[in-house]
Design a protein around this ligand. Sequence first.
Ligand code: ZN
Length: 309
Amino acid sequence: MAAPRPQQQLLLLLVLLLAARRAEAWGKEGHIMTCKIAERYLSEDAAAAVRELLPASAGGELSTMCPWADEVRFRYHWASPLHYANTPGLCSFNSTRRFLLLLSFYRDCHNSNGVQGMCVIGAINNYTDQLLTYKDSTKSSYNLTESLMFLAHFVGDVHQPLHVAFEEDEGGNTINVHWYKAKANLHHVWDVSIIDTVMKNLYNKDLDTMVEALHMNMTNGWSDDISQWKNCTNTQTTCANDYAVESVGLACNYAYKDVEEDITLGDEYYFSRYPVVEKRLAQGGIRLALILNRIFDKKKVDTMPLYAQ
Ligand SMILES: [Zn+2]
């Protein structure tokens, strides 16, 4: 077969880029940070199980594998809808339960063929169930290494507000904006641009310095709040649905708020939104640890303690 002509190559590239667009996630840095935080709060048993399941290439560190689900999205095309959940575009309710109304698992958690559970919430619950078969050779026919890498990634994604956002604009992907002087779309601003800017402005472009700062905040700025983050009364599955409801609320109150097509987002938007991004990265990390401790450390399932390592 003849090699594709330049025009055809361009078209192919465009198709691939469009297909990839909705499957983006917290950028690589966001996922690595979430998992680096989680690693510090794993119990001994959970940390040992994680180490055993990780591929050799991970060098024993979960965080190195947390961007993996984005890297395989062309190979695992079926998994694309598992990175997000779409909701109808409605932000203005008066009810105190308004954000619960914004998201309904049965209405919103499916892929484009209507297969139920094929969204980020269903994925977190499903991979948690698979990992619960660890050490049970009669039940486990799953590739638990992949289950772990998917779970760690999707717990990050569910905390990115625009991963639980409006179907109409594909979670902000179709809203074109400028991030300071650069062209971007709103989804990318939340996946990557805010994190890049905060790393540059506050943390000397160093990921570990930022993780350390988030960790410090757990015992300072967020210490009153943190017991709420750990709350998870659902003993059957995870609290992924609650995390998704939080995200859609933050999408309304922060991500979409006062944004319109072609707007330039600068200092005002950045300074009021980056604290939300930092908190969601930290919450994702704490909750990933919580889920992994529940899975692998069954003797402590009732109290679900978190230990800082
Ligand atoms: Zn993702």
